[in-house]
Ligand binder design. Structure first.
Ligand SMILES: Nc1nc2c(ncn2[C@@H]2O[C@H](COP(=O)(O)OP(=O)(O)OP(=O)(O)O)[C@@H](O)[C@H]2O)c(=O)[nH]1
Ligand SMILES: [Mg+2]
Length: 354
């Protein structure tokens, strides 16, 4: 079979327990079909976060241009953070630590703010690690409707393949037929098998089947999609508990990661969603999506401050490479632009504008 023959494969129709993977061995495609992210793409983080940076820096320029650090200035700075969608409580905390640090170094507010913001995010910088001895590693992806779950699954699959892992997807969103098709499309894009069942199938049973199949085939990582749901939909929230219980019959340590996907454009609402999902499932990591389309990047500081959960990835676009492993200094630098001791701010990329 030719190298790119999987591109020609038509999605097959749903049959119970179907595996949609062409006849290629998933292990063998990794290096051939999944080029690494180029440096150019990585650098684009700055451009991707341009809206949030604009919101952050347009107001901050004034603060860094030689104004005396006093209560007035710190009040203004706090208001600026809140406008960037940092919660009042978190903004307060940031300002308190900036005030303390500024006592020792009143002239370099820019460096202090950069340091305090980074410090707040650093505990959340805990990349997803997939141990070699825990296969299949089961990653359950949950969140409200439209948060970006399925898209994030497609992007993670690509990153894992780039890291040499074999991947299988489980179409656990059995709510809509279109959801299964969407996941299959991502499966084809990555040339990874997708386990699905017919319309109206039981989500837990699809994921159970998929885990059985992943075990049989020696797959490294099984990523399970689920239907979007609100905490008020008790039946659907209970279904997530059932998924966990059922797959534990095959592997008591599964799911190894429950990733909650949050839409970054929803601002403070993301915090509420995280709390509500946390009441029903054991969320072990967060993905914050759509940070490219929003000026609300400040929400990450609130999530970090309030939730004490790892932020595994951030989504910065709809493309397959538009997912970054969360890195606190990179994020702060993308928001604040390059440091310059004279108080001016320059974007860290060639294309972003202040
Ligand atoms: N700009 C941007 N769009 C994104 C990002 N992530 C996802 N999207 C878009 O958001 C929309 C919803 O994404 P899905 O992946 O279908 O969301 P979902 O959570 O699976 O939705 P349901 O299955 O309906 O619950 C799609 O149009 C995606 O292309 C991102 O990081 N940036
Ligand atoms: Mg989906």
């Amino acid at each position: 079979m030719g190298l790119f023959s999987f591109l020609k494969k038509k999605p097959s129709t749903d049959v119970p327990g179907e595996i949609n993977d062409g006849s290629r061995d998933a292990q063998s495609v990794n290096a051939e079909t999944t080029p690494d992210i180029s440096q150019d793409e990585v650098d684009r983080l700055d451009a991707k976060l341009a809206k949030s940076r604009k919101r952050f820096t347009s107001g901050l320029l004034d603060f860094f241009s030689g104004r005396k650090v006093d209560d007035d200035l710190l009040d203004d700075l706090e208001a600026q953070l809140v406008m960037s969608d940092v919660s009042v409580k978190t903004a307060n905390k940031i300002i308190d630590s900036v005030r303390t640090a500024a006592k020792n170094n009143p002239s370099d507010l820019q460096a202090i703010l950069r340091q305090e913001l980074t410090q707040l995010l650093t505990p959340c910088q805990q990349p997803l690690e997939i141990p070699d001895n825990e296969t299949p590693f089961v990653l359950l992806v949950v969140g409200v409707n439209g948060a970006g779950k399925t898209t994030t699954i497609g992007k993670i699959a690509r990153q894992l393949q780039n890291g040499g892992k074999t991947v299988m997807l489980a179409a656990g969103d059995t709510f809509r037929a279109a959801a299964v098709e969407q996941l299959k499309t991502w499966g084809e894009r990555n040339n990874v098998p997708v386990v699905a069942q017919g319309d109206g199938a039981d989500s837990a049973s699809v994921i159970f089947d998929a885990l059985q199949s992943a075990k049989a085939r020696g797959i490294d990582v099984l990523i399970a999609d689920t239907a979007g749901r609100l905490h008020t939909q008790h039946g659907l929230m209970d279904e997530l508990g059932k998924v966990s219980r059922v797959i534990k019959k095959l592997d008591p340590s599964a799911p190894h990661e429950t990733l909650l996907v949050l839409d970054g454009t929803t601002g403070q609402n993301a915090l509420n969603q995280a709390r509500e999902f946390g009441n029903s499932v054991e969320v072990s990591g967060l993905v914050v999506t759509k940070l490219d389309g929003t000026a609300k990047g400040g929400v990450l500081f609130t999530l970090a401050d309030e939730l004490n959960l790892p932020i595994r990835f951030i989504g910065v676009g709809e493309g397959i490479y538009d997912l970054r492993v969360f890195d606190a200094p990179d994020f702060v630098n993308a928001l604040l632009g390059n440091y310059s001791p004279d108080g001016s701010i320059t974007p860290t990329d060639a294309t972003g504008q202040l």
